[in-house]
Ligand binder design. Structure first.
Ligand code: SF4
Length: 253
């Protein structure tokens, strides 16, 4: 199995900016350092993913301990599916056409697989749909028939003062119809991103509003260095209040 060229996160990075995709692969040393707030945000995202796994108990966790285990986990996922040894897999790994995904939850009911991707957010966004569409594209390419695809996110109206109830904390929304309609776009964008990675120089993309949408790019220090600091983009505000309530419920910092 060849090493993957794009993962879900690099695909989303390339969808935001092809220059960011290129620099991330070829000039990673130009990346801005992660702030403590960003590190904390990643950590919370993982914790919420683990919490949502409890909605589907009894599964096998195939989460790789490091990127060097990706290919091993792809093989293990294929074995679990082939042997039908578990009905739920956390962090199932798939690779198709040098595209790698790790799906949060894959679960089987009445002989049919359903995919769930967990988001530490109160609502769905276009980026989450693209992310799900990319994952569907990979699994469909491997002929894994999915009965449905859900995005799982946090219920905005959850009563944090009540007895903890995961079924009320999370909202499960089927996005299968929507992501089916995005498959042509995914195929075209994958081709654009693969072509970009073959370039000798980074694509000539000027800094602009896309540098913080949907996510603050980590090459702002590099691309904006000739622009006065006061004109640099500000990252979108995070919802600290939400995380504080959630941390009280599940006990993470
Ligand atoms: S800072 Fe802006 S232009 Fe530069 S790589 Fe990031 S998104 Fe692209």
């Amino acid at each position: 199995m060849e090493k993957h060229l794009l993962s879900k996160s690099t695909f989303i990075r390339g969808n935001q900016c092809l220059k960011s995709l290129y620099l991330n692969k070829k000039r990673p040393f130009l990346r801005d350092r992660l702030s403590p707030e960003q590190l904390a945000k990643f950590k919370r995202g993982h914790k919420i993913g683990e919490l949502a796994q409890q909605l589907f108990p009894g599964g096998i966790d195939l989460k790789p301990k490091s990127p060097s285990q990706y290919r091993k986990k792809v093989v293990e996922t294929a074995e679990v599916i082939r042997n039908n040894s578990y009905q739920t897999i956390y962090e199932a790994a798939f690779q198709y056409d040098r595209l790698l995904i790790l799906l949060d939850i894959l679960t089987k009911e009445n002989g049919k697989w359903t995919a769930c991707e967990v988001k530490s957010s109160f609502q769905l966004s276009e980026t989450f749909l693209l992310d799900a569409a990319f994952q569907f594209y990979v699994m469909n390419g491997l002929n894994l028939q999915l009965k449905d695809f859900f995005l799982v996110y946090v219920n905005r109206d959850y009563d944090f003062s009540a007895t903890p109830d995961l079924n009320k904390l999370f909202v499960k929304e089927s996005v299968l119809e929507k992501i089916l309609g995005l498959q042509d776009y995914i195929r075209e964008q994958v081709a654009r991103e693969k072509e970009t990675l073959l370039l000798e120089k980074s694509p000539a993309i000027e800094p602009g509003p896309h540098c913080t949408r949907p996510y603050p790019c980590d090459f702002i220090g590099h691309c904006w260095k000739k622009i006065p600091r006061e004109e640099w983009p500000h990252p979108p505000e995070s919802n600290e209040n939400f995380y504080e309530l959630l941390s009280r419920l599940v006990g993470f910092d």
